[in-house]
Design a protein around this ligand. Structure first.
Ligand code: AHR
Length: 690
């Protein structure tokens, strides 16, 4: 369309909107121009990634498929209300464990520290029997998921006392009073610690439910002691001790290029003693002591460094390794110098564990953990959000890590988390947690250094961030925060605009990852005194014991991951100012141009990928002008995510907001398309470049 005509159409619409003649429901015109023959920044293969830490029961009670909560009886009581950082007192009897016995039974339980299986399992739990059948039951992570025709693997250490003989029965029992839906017997147990493994299979008539527990029963007089009680359902790719299939499937659909592991506060820990101490998280699971996490609960560390690598391997994603840098959340830190050196050495060894040959000292340990092949590693991050360190020790700490890593691994790109002056990092890690409005309207944050700094959670090196000759940028944590515990559509659309902006500034922004990734959405259980499972307000993928779901924000990321171009194409929007999506902010109702467009090209398939966010509450009649094309196919594909701005997905409605795909039959150098209010539209078109 010629540009005068376009302008006239838009001026007319502007007038009608101003005098109230365009009501919600009626479409306003806009044009989207794309220059197919003017390629811009190359989009790096590191777009897009995942950021992860043990928060919201991401691993224990989440991705790690283990079903027994408090399997080593060391978990403390939930934090004391109002304590900050959270304070815990130990629990005896252990939380999540109860006695199961018919009415009138007098069996008791007691913890015992006198005869541990090994140093990593200091506590065992003893069931004292009264001659009758009794058991110890675990209620799992907000329930044990029962499904028909399913085989579970149970394992535990057990020994008898007081002359008790006979087998133990492992069973999954319903909360209806104890109906067993699967059970298996061990060999008769002895008076010495021994590991037992049994499989339990449910019948095909079993009804799916999470209202169930796992129990170990004995019969007779005397006692039975237990340690390290574990129960696994089927796992992703049938890997023993592996990962939860529904979550892995959701993440596989995102096509992530990397996993930032472990990111966030979890790396730092509440104190130096509770840092991410990777050496305590490798090797056999029953040799890992576990540690207190920083998000209100203890981590079993069953999900340790080998499980992070398994995750990478099974998703075909590369690790971006974050190494502990000598600073903990309570402010404890180790200044640069000899005292810091052991931490620097640990980081070098960790790099070797991940990427060294199988005959190196730590590569051997990785091979023993199941991974003979070294992992490709290109990025190492030193610390997390070290701008919180008021002692200003980061510059020195970073320098010591930087020099050691650069000297041993010159090929690695080193990421700093706060401003440093003594060395030039390869990248800075910036974090943004903001309202949808802030996020969407700042979508070209890295484009223009004249923009005001409106962020709320930023690492703080404002003077340098737009410098194309300086360090690159890793936007290692970001989210539009609206919707609890998972984002609503409004937030997802702002995410989409933000991600489109990052993509367009890919000459500077090399990697990005939304945070947090995972959330167990299980509510508080007042009757049992358990807190809700989640700590952080807005998270990408939700789940309870039975069901996993992607939030609208998840679908944005999956759409982007599945439709990635190699090079940015210039795209511009001409549209009338109109109201942005409603949101509870003082700015509501302000007029803007809440239409965001970007484009990229896939050379191998000659495809133009166009993304448009209509963040407004009025539909748009868009004219697409593709300039500089040779042959252009009339057919293509449109993928649309839309709904009401406050719509969310839940375990009961997991796909309420999800993308719909439809064929396009009328594409060309110029074509029209309606863009629904509150929508993300992704077009895949085939066109050669003129
Ligand atoms: O993503 C949640 C937290 O936000 C991370 O642990 C921390 O890095 C940031 O402050």
């Amino acid at each position: 369309m010629n540009s005068n005509k376009k302008l006239l159409r838009i001026i007319a619409a502007s007038f009608l909107l101003a005098v109230g003649k365009i009501s919600s429901g009626a479409a306003v015109p806009a044009t989207i121009d794309i220059d197919v023959n003017k390629p811009g920044a190359a989009i790096p293969p590191t777009f897009y990634g995942l950021m992860t830490e043990e928060i919201n029961h991401s691993y224990d009670g989440g991705l790690f498929a283990e079903l027994i909560q408090n399997r080593t009886f060391q978990d403390p009581l939930p934090p004391i209300a109002g304590s900050h950082p959270p304070q815990h007192v130990s629990a005896d009897p252990p939380i999540h464990w109860t006695i199961v016995q018919d009415d009138g039974g007098k069996a008791t339980m007691a913890t015992d520290r006198s005869d541990p299986v090994n140093a990593a399992l200091p506590i065992s739990l003893r069931l004292n029997l009264d001659g009758r059948r009794a058991g110890l039951a675990n209620d799992g992570y907000w329930g044990i998921p029962v499904r028909p025709d399913t085989t579970y693997t149970a394992s535990f250490y057990a020994k008898s006392g007081g002359g008790l003989a006979g087998p133990l029965t492992a069973a999954i029992i319903l909360d209806d009073g104890g109906t067993s839906v699967a059970h298996a017997d061990t060999q008769p147990i002895t008076d010495r610690w021994q590991k037992y493994t049994v499989t339990l299979t449910t019948g095909n008539d079993v009804v799916s439910t999470a209202k169930a527990r796992f129990a170990l029963f004995a019969q007779g007089s005397g006692s039975v002691s237990l340690s390290f009680v574990s129960l696994f359902p089927p796992t992703y790719m049938d890997t023993p001790g592996g990962l939860r299939p529904d979550l892995m499937k959701l993440m596989a659909d995102m096509h992530p290029a990397f996993i930032r592991l472990p990111g966030g506060n979890y790396l730092e820990g509440n104190s130096l003693a509770d840092r991410f101490n990777w050496k305590q998280m490798i090797g056999p699971a029953d040799q890992r002591p576990g540690h207190m996490g920083c998000w209100g609960y203890r981590s079993s560390d069953g999900f340790g460094l080998p499980q992070y690598l398994l995750w990478c391997k099974q998703l075909n994603a590369e690790p971006v390794l974050a190494v502990f840098a000598g600073y903990a959340l309570n402010g404890q830190h180790v200044d640069a110098g000899p005292m810091l050196q052991p931490y620097v050495d640990e980081a070098l060894e960790e790099i070797e564990y991940v990427s060294g040959p199988a005959d190196s000292e730590w590569g051997k340990r990785r091979a023993a953990d199941g991974f003979t092949e070294p992992f490709a590693l290109h990025y190492v991050e030193v610390g997390n959000e070290d701008w919180f360190d008021r002692s200003k020790s980061y510059d020195g700490r970073f320098t010591q890590f930087f020099d050691a890593i650069r000297s041993k691994y010159p090929q690695l790109k080193i990421i700093a988390t706060a401003p440093v002056t003594s060395r030039r990092p390869d990248l800075y890690d910036d974090h943004y947690y903001r309202s949808p409005r802030q996020m969407a309207f700042d979508w070209r944050h890295y484009d223009n250094s004249d923009q005001p700094v409106a962020d709320t959670f930023h690492g703080g090196h404002h003077d340098k961030r737009f410098d194309r000759t300086g360090p690159g940028i890793f936007v290692g944590e970001w989210a539009s925060q609206e919707g609890k515990p998972t984002p609503d559509l409004n937030a997802a659309l702002a995410d989409a605009a933000w991600l489109m902006g990052l993509e367009q500034d890919a000459d500077l922004v090399q990697l990005e990852s939304y945070a947090p990734l995972l959330v167990n959405v299980s509510p508080e259980d007042k009757a049992r005194g358990y807190p809700r499972a989640w700590a952080w307000s807005t998270n990408l993928i939700g789940y309870d014991a039975m069901t996993a779901f992607g939030s609208p924000g998840y679908y944005v990321q999956a759409m982007f991951g599945q439709n990635k171009g190699d090079v940015v194409l210039p795209a511009s929007v001409t549209a009338v100012p109109m109201p942005a999506s409603t949101e509870p902010s003082p700015n509501t109702g302000k007029m803007g141009i809440p239409l965001f467009a970007s484009a990229s090209y896939v050379s191998a398939t000659h495809e133009v990928i166009v993304k448009v966010v209509n963040f407004g509450n009025i539909p748009v009649d868009a004219t697409f002008d593709l300039r500089g094309t040779g042959d252009i196919a009339a057919t293509g594909t449109a993928i649309v995510l839309t709904g009401s701005p406050r719509d969310i997905n839940t375990v009961d409605q997991p796909e309420k907001v999800s993308p719909k795909e439809e064929p396009i039959a009328d594409a060309g150098a110029t074509f029209h398309r309606a863009l629904a209010a509150h929508s993300l539209t992704l077009l895949r078109l085939t066109a050669t470049v003129r």
